[in-house]
Design a protein around this ligand. Structure first.
Ligand SMILES: Nc1ncnc2c1ncn2[C@@H]1O[C@H](COP(=O)(O)OP(=O)(O)OP(=O)(O)O)[C@@H](O)[C@H]1O
Ligand SMILES: [Mg+2]
Length: 264
């Protein structure tokens, strides 16, 4: 049994009287790479908010990197967690350079708040941008970048602090086919690197699960339909239950596809 990097025990999150997560239990072990799938509104981003110490559960317990939410100083915990999400993207000032968007992660802020950074930090930021194929955009204003370019910059930012937990909420949303395949390849390379932290990636499409991902969690209406090792969990039956329509999942090599079952 692997050591737990994050665990949720019977977690419920209630907002406006409704349970947006309802009795969710999940064990995420050291070295694991999880993909989280589910329909719009299933609670995927809420799960990411919990795992990034941006939200507390209404009931149940959340442990992240051995610390219990509610008992730990979240400002000590957050630097250990790399996060890329649309919510975070929305807080980035449009005039910020791509390089600064990445480097400021090391200072726990978005938006440049000092004029100078250590050269070693800037070097790391540029290396990460290059790893995500946007090295030549380092000095471009974030607001002038395309959707896909922003996604890559934010993924680079998530790794800047050398986190122990990496959370990617829809990193490939809005990317064209080439951009998606290129990002999936980069994330696949990361997944196979033992130095890469435990990763939780939210996506709407099984095609976006990078090679090397080990586990999957399927959410529907705030509950876990199935969670476990990818090979035995990402089945046609489980996807059908998750999305509420007949689906066929196929694995080819290390990639997955899903399509609706033709009824005629
Ligand atoms: N503060 C809030 N008050 C009321 N409802 C909320 C609140 N925050 C989230 N919700 C609801 O909780 C549900 C889950 O939201 P969440 O963002 O986790 O879904 P998701 O699975 O990430 O969806 P998507 O695929 O569209 O990103 C949604 O129905 C959302 O409207
Ligand atoms: Mg979401």
């Amino acid at each position: 049994m692997s050591v737990s990097a994050a665990s949720l025990n019977d977690v419920t999150v209630r907002r406006s009287g409704a349970a947006i997560l309802d009795g969710v239990s999940l064990e995420i072990g050291e070295g694991e790479r999880w993909a989280v799938l589910g329909p719009n509104g299933a609670g995927k981003s809420t799960l990411v908010r919990l795992l990034s110490a941006r939200m507390h559960p209404t009931a149940g317990t959340v442990e992240i990197l051995g610390e219990r939410l509610g008992k730990v100083d979240i400002f000590e915990l957050r630097p250990l967690i790399g996060l890329a999400s649309q919510e975070l993207a929305d807080t980035v000032p449009v005039e910020e350079s791509a390089e600064n968007v990445v480097v400021t992660a090391g200072y726990g802020v978005v938006g440049r708040w000092r004029e100078e950074y250590d050269e070693v930090d800037l070097e790391r930021a540029r290396t990460l941008l290059a790893a995500f194929g946007v090295g030549d955009l380092a000095s471009r204003m974030f607001g002038t970048l395309s959707t896909g370019e922003r996604k890559r910059v934010l993924a680079a930012r998530a790794l800047m602090t050398d986190p122990e937990l990496l959370l990617l909420d829809e990193p490939a949303a809005g990317l064209d086919l080439g951009g998606r395949e290129s990002l999936v390849r980069t994330l696949g390379r990361l997944a196979k690197d033992p130095a890469t932290p435990v990763t939780v990636l939210v996506t709407h499409h099984v095609e976006e699960i990078p090679p090397g991902y080990t586990h999957v969690a399927l959410l529907r209406e705030g509950g876990v339909v199935a969670a476990g090792p990818i090979g035995e969990t990402l089945t046609s039956q489980n996807l059908t239950r998750t999305f509420g329509l007949p689906l066929v999942a196929e694995q080819r090599g290390e990639r997955f596809t899903a399509r609706s079952l033709s009824l005629n």
